[in-house]
Each structure stands twice: as C-alpha cells, then as structure tokens.
Design a protein around this ligand. Sequence first.
Ligand SMILES: [Zn+2]
Length: 282
Amino acid sequence: MAWFKRQKKAIDQATPPEERRVRTEGLWVKCESCRAIVFRKDLEENLLVCPKCQFHFRMNSKQRLGMLLDGKWTELDAGMVSTDPLKFVDTKAYSQRIKDAQRKLKMNDAIITAEGQLNGKAVICCSMEFGFIGGSMGAVVGEKVTRAIEMSIETRQPLIIVSCSGGARMMEGTISLMQLAKVSAALARLDDEKLPYLSVLTDPTTGGVTASYAMLGDLNIAEPGALIGFAGPRVIEQTIRQKLPEGFQRSEFLLEHGFLDAVVHRKDLKGFLSNSLDLLMS
Ligand SMILES: [Zn+2]
C-alpha cells in the first residue's frame, strides 16, 4: 500500500527550522544619506563611500590603518588597559563596559597607535575606534597618544592622528579631562622639534578630542560631511538662544569659517597626506 503512505521524508524536514531562511542579511547596506540599497562588497571596494551619493560610512580603526598605511604596520602599546580609577557605575559598571567592548572588538581601548609607512614615508599613525565606548578618550587613549607623540620625537617621524570620537570618557571623570592637557603639552614639544602633525577629523569628532589634539594639527583635514564640534547643537541653541544655521558643525561649514584647512574625499586622503608630508618635511 505504498502509494498513499509517504516513504520519503517530507522536504521541510530535510533542513532544520533555524536554517530555513534565505541568508541575505548583511549582503546589502542601506545608505544613511540617499537611502540607496548598496551591495556590501561594492561599498567595501569603494572604501566605504556610497557610490551613488558619496556619503562616507564610518570606518573602523583597523580598516583606516589598512587604507592609509602601506602593507604591514606595527602596533605600539597594545597591552595598555584602563584601571577604572573611580569604580564608576551608571546603568552598568564601567569595568564591565570595558570588558564587553574588549570582547566585541578584540582590542584593549579606543585607539590603535602604530608605526608604519605611508607611500614609503615612515610615520607614526594613530587611529581611533568609535565602536569602543564611542571612541571616548580616557587615560589609556591619552597615554597612548602621548607615547605616540614621544615616539615621533624620538624617531623623528611625522605624526598622523585620525580622530573619531564622542569626546572625553565620562566614566573616568577628571582623569580623562587631564588627558587634554597632557596630550596638548606633548604636541607642543613635537612642534618645538619642528616635526609635522597632520590631524584627520572623521565623523564624528566632538567634545574633548576636538578641544585638544584634533584641532592642533599643523594641518587639520576632515572627511566630507563629518560632524565636528565641541558641544552638541541643542546645548548651543539653548545657551545662545538662537537658531543655528544649516549645515552647522559639518566639515564644509567649518572649512568655510576657517576652522579647517581642507576637506578631502576618502579616495584622495592618502595622496593628500603624502603630499602634505613632502611639503612639510622638505
Ligand atoms: Zn548614498
């Protein structure tokens, strides 16, 4: 009586239920600016810039170093970890926040400092990681940047810092604020040594990072459309009791008002930095 009894397994039993969805997740990305749906691979090949409207997606610290430096680079001070000096707790303990970020990103804090080459020129290059507690600057970021500056002086190599940060790290209170003074003082020594420092500001660069090293470059160069500022627009509006103009705190606006030296498209950034170094080192 085989003709009415199912002998083969039903099709939907062949694959377990958790695998029954077609996997397209992560293959396509929606552009935040023009809402076009872009194939992730095309986006990656285009340096994470939307091919339709040139919107610059955020790059992580490793992608950034990979884009700017030739081949291999050596990481400096990779083992430095925050000690949670205030034993700070908000919605979550700060120590736990650090652990979670470390596990997720496989790095110890919000910056990579590295020694490498840019178009054959030896440089010290620092790249901030927004994914690590908003790229905030606590004692570790401040100390690593300071050591990178000192390394720059010692080896007479120019310095590049790519900022991407919400500002000082609140969970380290005044200790994170002290980093502003420390890094600025180190940059003054770099200046005395007549070594160039190129600051690259990417979306977003705000708060204590803008108020210290991001704006202290011999050249301050930003990516198009990046949010750059100290306080947020709402706080400013409430303080001065005025409506802020269109495009306020974006790179193009800041260039027009003399806060930046250049706004450079990501595809031209490496060449621009290389030419600037040639100019400043000769
Ligand atoms: Zn777009």
